[in-house]
Design a protein around this ligand. Structure first.
Ligand code: PGA
Length: 239
């Protein structure tokens, strides 16, 4: 793993350069998207680079990590809605080349892996990390060999996310997420973590043992992972 530490603004620029390099070398690259507050500065930077003519997403395909079950793309808390508004509508990607695991057969969710494979496999997967080490909706205890699957959301996760909904009853009970193996199948991975609240888990997943108790720790075993941290998220790492 390569670890880069800089300001939040700077890491967004550095990570964006990885996309620019990749897509200029491989215009039909497959990128893996993530939601949450962490990737927003990166998405803003990608929009800027695209508008400046430094990169074109015209032939790029995108597969997102996860989606709530039961929220369609018009719901303002769906991850499809997030991606459309935070990234896709600001770049020149063909919306038909963007995929979120919604509306997929929840009895056979690993079809999403088949779709990714048929497209050629993810070249660059973006990840955030939860304070418990989750990646996507893969919470502690998720098997490392998991493919795309349906998860029942923990009551705690629903409570945390209820701030975005009118009431907790509106928060979906299930989500579909790429599995840990799906993520590890990507040819390269970028994980971004910012803020003090992530410092403890950042130390744990980078310096601790590889264990399902901390899903992100599996990234230690991937050959091409770049971790971008701001100073706060990196503050507990050994120098
Ligand atoms: P955040 O979420 O970017 O909003 O901190 C990260 C995650 O839970 O994966």
């Amino acid at each position: 793993m390569k670890v880069y530490i800089a300001s939040e603004k700077e890491i967004a620029k550095m990570a964006a350069q990885r996309y620019v390099q990749l897509i200029n070398t491989k215009p039909n690259a497959i990128i893996g998207g993530a939601t949450g507050s962490t990737p927003i500065p990166l998405y803003k930077e990608l929009a800027k680079q695209c508008k400046a003519g430094n990169v074109s997403f015209k032939n790029v395909k995108s597969f997102n990590l996860d989606e709530y079950v039961g929220l369609d793309g018009t719901h303002n808390q769906s991850y499809r809605y997030f991606m459309n508004n935070q990234l896709f509508k600001h770049i020149d990607i063909d919306i038909n080349n963007t995929f979120v695991p919604s509306g997929i057969d929840t009895k056979n969710p690993s079809k999403y892996d088949d779709m990714i494979k048929a497209a050629g496999g993810v070249d660059l997967q973006l990840l955030g990390i939860g304070v418990d080490g989750h990646i996507g909706f893969n919470e502690p205890g998720t098997k490392f060999d998991s493919l795309t699957h349906v998860v029942k959301l923990e009551q705690n996760t629903r409570e945390v996310n209820s701030r975005f909904f009118k009431s907790i009853d509106e928060v979906p009970t299930h989500a579909v997420t790429m599995g840990i193996k799906t993520v590890m199948n990507a040819r390269s991975i970028i994980l971004i973590a910012t803020g003090k609240s992530k410092a403890k888990i950042v130390k744990e997943f980078i310096e601790g043992p590889v264990t399902t108790k901390c899903p992100a720790s599996i990234l230690q075993l991937h050959p091409f992972v770049e971790i971008y941290l701001d100073e706060e998220a990196a503050s507990l790492l050994k120098k």
